[in-house]
Design a protein around this ligand. Structure first.
Ligand SMILES: Cc1cc2nc3c(=O)[nH]c(=O)nc-3n(C[C@H](O)[C@H](O)[C@H](O)COP(=O)(O)OP(=O)(O)OC[C@H]3O[C@@H](n4cnc5c(N)ncnc54)[C@H](O)[C@@H]3O)c2cc1C
Length: 438
């Protein structure tokens, strides 16, 4: 195959890769984006609900907030894409301490609930949301949930609710994860623990891909689909990237904007730094499940949270015939088959015993070889270190992606945009340093 030369090759056409490419192209650099899949958008993915052609589903990232998320606000204002606001819930069901209830905890545990939320809020107040997290003295907050609530003597329902909140947020076993992500998230929500529920209530009309398409079209970006990158080689003269099909692309620098769970499938030469290799050797803990369930016979405009098979159910769309699409959050243990209507019905009935699930759609992010997981979740002690290590460039290769974003919106679309912008800055610096020394 004939080799081609670019200023920068960007690997991965999710939000981080597209934003990095756009920012570099706007600074006059030639850029090509290589995407291993057959579509752009990565972990944002809107399409028709399978078998329900009149409905659309958002299988990955969808909820945003212009008020709270600075990058989202800027990009929406720039491209003028349309956003819709959710209707607030009118009914709720919680499962805590093994009991289904309309309020999260019994009245006797209200003081416990307040203390638990206060502890989260007070910890979040140590975080300055507008500053990079890895530059703030926060290592002592990178601990287990158990250590975080140790000594509080919370009642069983409150303890259960706290773990359910972490499970919902992380899509992982809440007993294995670092509580740091939830604390940082609370800071992002204006230091409000209730923000997990109220904070992000907007969505793109037509899905997040509408914004990505505008970025690609407006800046004339070249995206080559079906270009799975398998090798990245660098030396003093540049970077050579090889794809599975044998195509070779030469560039002066490279942005790797692919999920961190699949980075170890790419062969780097010379090898990445030893700590990067160690941290990337195993999958992270995030095993998020997001299903879209067409449901009837549940209370109007419902919301659920708890320690059921599913961590939470949120209203997606209301249909004219009284049915609705509920968006179900869990992990890879919630349903043994992510598309099973029967299993989904059993899980929804834990919250609403009369519910009927008519149809299910989902994307299995954990099984998809381009992702191998949902959003990144670290064990105690690694949440901040991972970000610090991954944001250190390896010569001409810079890493990007929401998984390694250094803001309170890490793991969200806003974090992906932030990371893409940061990667473009680093690459520009590298290229101008190369120009001044050549
Ligand atoms: C179930 C779920 C629900 C979510 N909900 C929300 C939400 O409501 N709101 C929100 O803000 N965020 C949400 N997110 C997170 C959000 O979707 C992500 O933060 C964001 O889309 C990640 O963008 P990215 O560019 O970092 O990575 P990705 O979007 O993962 O992009 C990486 C790209 O790299 C490609 N790739 C992988 N390997 C290779 C290779 N070897 N060669 C070439 N290309 C490769 C992939 O195909 C992919 O297109 C959710 C995520 C999931 C999974």
């Amino acid at each position: 195959m004939m080799a081609r030369t670019q200023d920068v090759v960007v690997v991965g056409a999710g939000f981080s890769g597209i934003v990095a490419a756009r920012d570099l192209a706007e600074r006059g650099h030639s850029v090509v984006i290589l995407e291993g899949g057959t579509r752009v958008g990565g972990r944002t993915y809107a399409r028709t609900f399978k078998g329900q052609e009149h409905l659309t589903v958002e299988l990955g990232g969808s909820w945003i907030s212009r008020a709270l998320q600075p990058n989202i606000r800027r990009e929406i204002a720039r491209y003028g894409v349309q956003v819709k606001t959710d209707v607030p819930a009118e009914n709720a069901a919680f499962i805590t301490d093994g009991i289904r209830r309309p309020f999260p905890v019994p009245m006797s545990e209200l003081p416990d609930l307040e203390r638990a939320f206060m502890r989260l809020r007070d910890a979040s107040r140590r975080i300055a949301p507008s500053q990079p997290l890895s530059q703030q003295p926060l290592n002592d907050l990178d601990i287990s949930v158990e250590a975080f609530i140790h000594g509080m003597d919370l009642g069983p329902a409150t303890t259960d609710l706290f773990y359910a909140l972490i499970a919902w947020y992380s899509g992982a076993d809440p007993r294995a994860v670092s509580v740091f992500g939830a604390i940082a998230q609370t800071a992002g929500f204006g230091h409000s623990p209730v923000g997990f529920y109220t904070g992000l209530s907007e969505r793109f009309v037509g899905g997040a891909g509408v914004l990505l398409e505008k970025m690609i079209d407006t800046s004339g970006l070249e995206v080559r689909l079906d270009h799975l990158v398998t090798q990245v080689h660098q030396n003093d003269h540049g970077v050579t990237v090889r794809t599975k099909s044998g195509e070779v692309i030469h560039a002066k620098a490279c942005v790797m904007a692919i999920p961190t769970n699949v980075l170890r499938q790419v062969e780097f030469s010379p090898q990445l730094g030893p700590r990067k290799v160690e941290l990337l050797a195993e999958d992270h803990l995030g095993r998020a499940y997001k299903g879209s369930f067409l449901v009837r016979n549940i209370p109007r405009r419902s919301f659920t949270l708890g320690s059921g098979r599913l961590h939470s159910l949120i209203l997606g769309y209301e249909c004219e015939d009284g049915s609705c699409v509920m968006v179900a959050f869990g992990d890879d243990k919630s349903l043994s088959d992510p598309l099973s209507r029967e299993e989904a019905e059993v899980a929804v009935r834990e919250y609403f015993p009369d519910a009927e699930v008519l149809a299910v759609d989902a994307h299995d992010w954990c099984a998809d070889p381009l992702f191998r997981g949902g959003y990144r979740v670290d064990p105690p002690g690694q949440a901040l270190e991972f970000v610090r290590v991954m944001n250190t460039p390896d010569g001409r290769v810079v890493f990007a992606g929401t998984d390694l974003d250094d803001s309170v919106w890490r793991n969200w679309i806003d974090g992906a945009i932030n990371s893409g912008r940061a990667a473009a800055d680093k690459i520009s610096e590298t290229l101008s340093h190369m120009r001044s020394t050549s």
